[in-house]
Design a protein around this ligand. Structure first.
Ligand SMILES: Nc1ncnc2c1ncn2[C@@H]1O[C@H](COP(=O)(O)OP(=O)(O)O)[C@@H](O)[C@H]1O
Ligand SMILES: [Mg+2]
Length: 570
């Protein structure tokens, strides 16, 4: 083996490989520079997914001729000066290598004019060779043009995806920064088509509306918590608005968009039991904390960071998420406020503890009956049942319409989960076991899942030939379920067991949700007034009265103001 010292051009290309992976990484670096230069308006125009060209124009502080000459060299930055600066980085960039890296793998031109000056200059760099600075014309700000990315690195160029793929990544980078910097005015063009224009937004909901549409913005819930110098703010989606992947989740730590497994995990956990598996909430979450409690210099593309005390950050986030998700914002409003108004609305009003204690071994229905007379709670008065499906409830603020099935399902689900997590679901034995006949396929699935079923409170004896005897069932549900029968439910449980082999936690969650759904009062069931009242009161005592385990809303409100407006009483 012979060890050689590599030439400058080669080392630069190698270094560039870490930072510049694809057009989207070029764009990210250029946008970060524009933001660091305190731009108020940034426009991007790309061709062929960014492989042909990427042009970023900003109205930031700009660079003079000397800076222009320096900025394309490696390890040149205006953002840090000495080692200790690394501990308190407030800019997005600091490594001083982005422009140099881009310049070594593409054709680049930078035109810039310092704020308050008249004369502009430009430099041209082709695969590392610098030409200029030369006089040029431009209003204050900077334009960076990058063409033919990887033209001198055929191997890398071969790894690039189709225009569509590359554009997908470019678009994502752009959207994330647009969400992170709402007060900046943004525009994006692809092959001369305008993709997004987002003028300066005065609030995050306004920016969310620009990026995702007004409907999404209206379905977002505000988030807020602060402890020990760690501040969490932002917006998350109501559980009935969701996505099939995590792409629309953004965490900004001290303004920097980052990927962090810990934070993502906390977000996912907060929605447990509210979203089906494989669906994810939208989120734009800011976390601000002292600069020296975060190490931003742990990833070449600065996409990850390291918290000095990750647990502390996760705890504040958990707290913020929990209170947001049990807040009244989850109620679907009749006429939602404009996105900008969301902010000013008062935060969650705590439901007060009611002197109503449900004995665990009884079903809600039994208890409801024993409770006798309708109770008039200070906060909510049930007016009656609408079409044997919805409960109408008078509140101080107006009218709430509650879906009786989903409300009862949620109550049963939370109680079941509680019993399950405390170690045992209380079971009731049937005097006469219930006979179930299953298809050959489903019978095999039930047989394989007998142990799991027992853990959620179901005891079955296998009889052979697809026949089972159901001997015990969760006490909480037994009476209600008996009215609806067990046959169909058994088939559904068998299918769940077949699907849920991988993640046991999730399997139990699914099973419990299925049982709660099956045993809950149905739409079309007539309920006496006192049962309606008890149901609503019980619902309001839950941790999360606003959505069912499948993510559907439970309560729909019509405010007094809305009614007044409709009747022109204002
Ligand atoms: N759009 C811009 N406006 C003003 N200055 C810029 C711009 N882009 C780059 N610069 C200057 O060039 C320097 C080098 O940029 P870069 O290579 O990205 O390194 P870094 O951002 O880590 O400092 C920056 O520190 C900044 O001073
Ligand atoms: Mg930079």
């Amino acid at each position: 083996m012979t060890i050689r010292r590599l030439g400058e051009t080669l080392t630069r290309k190698i270094a560039a490989g870490e930072v510049i992976e694809r057009p989207a990484s070029v764009l990210k670096e250029l946008l970060e520079n524009s933001l660091d230069a305190k731009s108020e308006s940034i426009s991007v125009s790309i061709e062929e997914g960014g492989t042909r060209s990427i042009v970023v124009r900003d109205d930031g502080e700009g660079m003079d001729a000397d800076d222009l000459h320096l900025c394309v060299e490696r390890h040149t930055t205006s953002k840090i000066a000495q080692e200790t600066d690394l501990d308190t980085i407030s800019t997005l960039g600091f490594r001083g290598e982005a422009l140099a890296s881009i310049a070594s793998v593409a054709r680049m031109r930078i035109i810039s004019c310092v704020r308050g000056e008249k004369e502009a200059h430009q430099v041209r760099v082709i695969a590392g060779d610098v030409e200029g600075p030369l006089p040029a014309a431009r209003a204050p700000g900077t334009t960076v043009e990058v063409e033919d990315l990887f033209f001198n690195l055929p191997a890398r160029a071969n790894f690039l995806g189709t225009t569509r793929t590359e554009f997908f990544h470019v678009n994502r980078v752009f959207h994330r920064l647009a969400l992170a910097f709402a007060d900046v005015s943004w525009s994006l063009k692809h092959d001369e088509r305008t993709i997004l224009t987002a003028p300066h937004a005065s609030s995050l909901p306004d920016r969310i509306a620009q990026v995702y549409g007004a409907q999404v913005a209206r379905a977002m819930i505000p988030l807020e918590a602060e402890r020990n110098g760690i501040a969490v703010s932002g917006f998350i989606s109501q559980p009935d608005l969701k996505r099939g992947n995590r792409r629309d989740q953004l965490f900004c730590v001290n303004g920097r968009p980052v990927n962090d497994r810990g934070l993502s995990y906390v977000l996912a956990s907060a929605y447990r039991g509210m979203l089906r598996r494989g669906t994810y909430p939208l989120a734009v979450i800011r976390i601000d904390l002292p600069l020296d409690s975060v190490d931003v210099n742990v990833h070449p593309r600065k996409e990850e960071i390291r918290f000095a005390k990750p647990r502390a950050v996760q705890e504040v986030l958990t707290q913020a998420l929990q209170s947001a998700l049990s807040s009244r914002y989850i109620v679907a409003p009749f006429l939602a406020p404009r996105p900008g108004e969301l902010r000013e609305r008062p935060s969650s009003s705590k439901t007060k503890e009611l002197p109503f204690d449900l004995r665990r071994e009884l079903t809600v229905r039994q208890t409801l009956r024993q409770e006798g007379k309708a109770r008039v709670s200070g906060e909510r008065r049930v007016i009656g049942q609408l079409q044997k499906t919805y409960l109408l409830v008078e509140t101080a603020g107006g009218l709430e319409i509650v879906d009786q099935h989903i409300a009862h399902e949620r109550i049963l689900y939370e109680e079941l989960c509680e019993q399950f997590h405390q170690g045992e679901v209380t079971r009731q034995q049937f005097l006469l076991p219930v006979r179930l006949e299953l298809s050959f396929e489903n019978a095999a699935r039930l047989t394989a899942g007998l142990k799991e079923l027992e853990q959620v409170g179901i005891v079955l004896d296998e009889f052979g030939g697809g026949t089972f005897l159901l001997r015990e069932y969760p006490s909480l549900l037994a009476e209600g379920q008996a009215r609806y029968g067990f046959q169909e439910l058994a088939e559904r449980l068998a299918e769940l067991l077949a699907r849920g082999e991988k993640v046991r936690e999730a399997l139990f969650e699914d099973l419990l949700a299925e049982l709660a759904c099956a045993g809950a009062i149905k739409a079309g069931d007539r309920l006496p007034l006192e049962e309606q009242q008890a149901l609503v009161e019980r619902l309001m005592q839950l941790q999360n009265p606003y959505t069912c385990p499948h993510g559907r809303p439970i309560i729909f409100t019509i405010s007094r103001e809305e009614l007044d407006r409709r009747f022109k009483r204002a």
